[in-house]
Design a protein around this ligand. Sequence first.
Ligand code: 26Q
Length: 813
Amino acid sequence: MVTISKKKFKQSFETKMYSLYAQPIKDATNEQLLSVLCCVIKDIIAKRWIETNIDKEKEVYYFCIEFLLGRQLKSNLLNLDIEDSIRDGLKELGIELDDLINAETDPALGNGGLGRLAACFLDSMASLKINGHGYGIRYQNGLFEQKFVNGYQVEVPDNWLSQGAYFWETVRPNKAIVVKFEGEIELVKDNDRLKVKHKNYIPVMAMPYDIPIIGYHNDTINTLRLWKSEIQSRDFGQNTSNAKNYSGSYEDALAYKYYAEEISQVLYPNDSNYAGRLLRLKQEYFFTSAGIQDIIRKYRRTKQDIKSLQNKVAIHINDTHPTLCIPELMRILLDEEGLSWEEAWKITTNTISYTNHTIMAEAMEKWPIDMIKTLLPRIYMIIEEINRRYNLYLDDKYNDENKKQHMRIINWDNVNMANLCIVGSHSINGVAALHTKLLKKEVLRDFYEDKPEKFNNKTNGIAHRRWLMSSNPELSDLITDLIGDKWKKDTTRLKDLEKYKLNTSVLNRLDEIKHHNKEHLADFINNTYNVQVNPNSIFDVQIKRLHAYKRQLLNILNILDLYHELLENPNFDMQPRTFIFGAKAAPGYYLAKCIIKFINSVADKINNDPRVNEKIKIIFVENYGVSLAEKIIPAANIGEQISTTTKEASGTSNMKLMMNGAITLATLDGANVEIFEQVGEDNIILFGLSAQQVLDYNKYGGYSALDLYQSNRRIKRVVDDLINGFIPNMDSEGREIYNSLITYNDEYFVLRDMENYSEAQAKINKLYQRKEQWNRMSLMNIANSGIFSTDRTISEYAKDIWFKGCEINEKYI
Ligand code: 26Q
């Protein structure tokens, strides 16, 4: 553990300020002060960062095309246990730590759940002392910044590097790697063997930028290595003699620069709809090839037999985006290490494991073979051979043509990436119990029946250090006052809180803290959006990407229904509510954007109607992301987890909200099922179709949205509002939503679940009035949230997947 005295800290801070900026502290901007502070912290950790890198045990490499880190300063200070001394030291220098915390950019190098999960995993791997490192892409532009203009989402490029640099990163030019695109493959005879020669390829340099990942109160400092794409410059001594020969013209040079730099320029802003864009495929190969080459280079330095790779290295691919790890590792083992196919295949499959994050067909990656063949000729040859051998296996084992079609890696001139992952890895996991069950029984049934031992569940989690300790310090302190601080390292201890469930003064304390958090959020909303909200109202929160299956539409239609009820009957018994939405839509997802416009328009109408103003407020926060989540979640009374059952693989905002004492209002989808199992039926509000009902409707039909609309007065009333001008300026967007519900028969069962949802909301209305019971539910949620720490998730990955059968596994049992 590091310690730093206040005196030493102040000295280092001043010295750094002079050497970096040659100016006195009093003249520095907050950004400059922050950069100095980051440098001082990096100095403090440098030695241990180096030491962690001297590998002693098996290492885990977590490949993910996005890492949604959030701000790092506060979380680093917490994990290093130096927040107090640094705060005091800064104060004596006339600097407020909180100003620097807020001056940090929030790197948005991810879309949502998947990228944030990857960030939580890094935190937990370091905190559990696992040598686990991340590999990803250093996008020049992260996820777009969202602005609302007349209620419409407008996307503004994110420019997180505008301060010139990211203060936590260290660039390592000596570790740059060349990634080869396009060109031709020649097989040359070399004695008895065929040697592979890649000619006329386009070399792109992958430049590593390392970010330290600091473990909680331990000496582990892992690395997140993000690759930036650059032109290959001659200085780096890698042999590229077969590279494409440019004529040397100015145009050529510019075209080449553009080709290289484009690759890490921007994060794709989709989180559910795969569009087969060439640039995306370049990104996928770029970071997987750089990462795999990096791993092998490091391994070679240990001088161990390449055949033992699996004993020293575990490679995890997060969803199918890094699938090309599989043929890339094969390529190196075959072409560079000279192994036989069988040897290479065994090492590859034993090293690689894969997580699936979705069952939605439209999100499944399928790449046209022509695209892969041209962009990655050698990789395509290897995929073809994997496919050929797998087809032999299938033909030998099965007669059912349909089944075999389904399982092929190359099918209809496309490479099915999920199938390649399943075949090329030793472990396939889903992200919540229900999701894994659906994979086994429905989506991947044929593969499961073929190799059941490969399949397993790893229910997601959240980093409780960020999502409770750091973002909700008051609650965190109360918990420690009540049960001591062992829960910080073992969150299952939160269960000890249950003994206070009848203790009125503890329940009141909990209520007070929630109220403080709500006041803070209300101030923020008032200052930022100029809307007054009442901290005594119920804060009802839905924060996640905007997608039809997540059903923000169900939420807003119900609000509209409440509005009508209130207008009809001003004495309608209703606890005041503040509905809070935060969501970005993929820029090309038109229906989602229409829903944003609709929510904003309804908000505009209701917030400005004095007849209901005391009862309902709607806030749609602009540019929802990690930093906003940290403000909103501690203040939530209700977490809306209302996806169409079967569609949400897990969800993770459900866990964050629960851990902060919100009551979950949910369908039995994703990890909501497990939340329900943890808290019991008294402490969660459920509604909606069951998974089986949804599966049956999808299989056999039997649902008519039109019938429902025609027969239910209240449903008809709100659906008509989409097109009758009741909500102003909604003409084409309202029609689009209306059509999705009525013309296209409500694919996500919004109307089908509407009545049931509204009953659940009415139940909440009643419950909230019994304050003590409500607070007890809140306490029970916190007390039973421990299992949802990523510390639990990661120790399961370690035990069952990465270190299975290894000596160090004992640590995780
Ligand atoms: C694919 C191809 C081309 C461009 C983009 C993509 C792409 C990018 C991101 C596809 C999907 C994603 C992200 C998916 C995601 O976030 N899934 C969520 O993962 C969470 C963590 O497991 C779950 O909790 C959510 O249920 C799941 O929706």
